[in-house]
Write a protein that binds this ligand. Structure first.
Ligand SMILES: [Zn+2]
Length: 121
C-alpha cells in the first residue's frame, strides 16, 4: 500500500473548557496539519493520488478555520476545540470527498501532536 501525505497550516484561537490550568483561557496556536491518504495501486502514469487534489481540499478547509475562534464553530461548540477533535473534524470533512483518507495529524505547536485514524476506514 502507498501512503501519501500533504501538509498545511492555520492559526486560530481556542480555549479548552473544563481544563484545570492556563489552557482554559482563550489563546492561540499555529496548527500544522498532515493528511495521509492510502492507495493500494497506482494509476497508469504511476501515481496513487494527485497531491494537488488533496492539498486543494485541505487548504479550503483550513481557510475556514484560519484566524477563527474555534470554539465558535458549531462542531466544536458541541464538544471542545482540542487537537483531538480538530483532527477528527478534518478527517470527517476530507473523507466526504476523499474516501481513501487514512489519518489526520494535528500539531498544536512544534512539540505536541495528535493523530486520528478510525478503526475502520
Ligand atoms: Zn491551546
Amino acid at each position: 500500500m502507498f501512503e501519501l501525505s500533504v501538509e498545511g497550516h492555520f492559526s486560530a484561537a481556542h480555549q479548552v473548557k473544563g481544563y484545570i490550568g492556563d489552557c482554559a483561557d482563550i489563546h492561540g496556536h499555529t496548527y500544522k496539519v498532515k493528511v495521509t491518504v492510502g492507495a493500494g495501486r497506482l494509476d497508469k502514469i504511476g501515481m496513487a493520488v494527485d497531491f494537488r487534489s488533496v492539498k486543494k481540499q485541505l487548504d479550503e478547509l483550513l481557510k475556514e478555520l484560519d484566524h477563527k475562534n474555534l470554539n465558535s464553530i458549531p462542531f466544536f461548540e458541541e464538544r471542545n476545540a482540542t487537537a483531538e477533535y480538530i483532527a477528527k473534524y478534518l478527517f470527517d470533512r476530507i473523507k466526504e470527498n476523499i474516501s481513501s483518507i487514512v489519518a489526520v495529524t494535528v500539531w498544536e505547536g512544534p512539540n505536541y501532536s495528535v493523530t486520528y485514524s478510525p478503526d475502520e476506514v
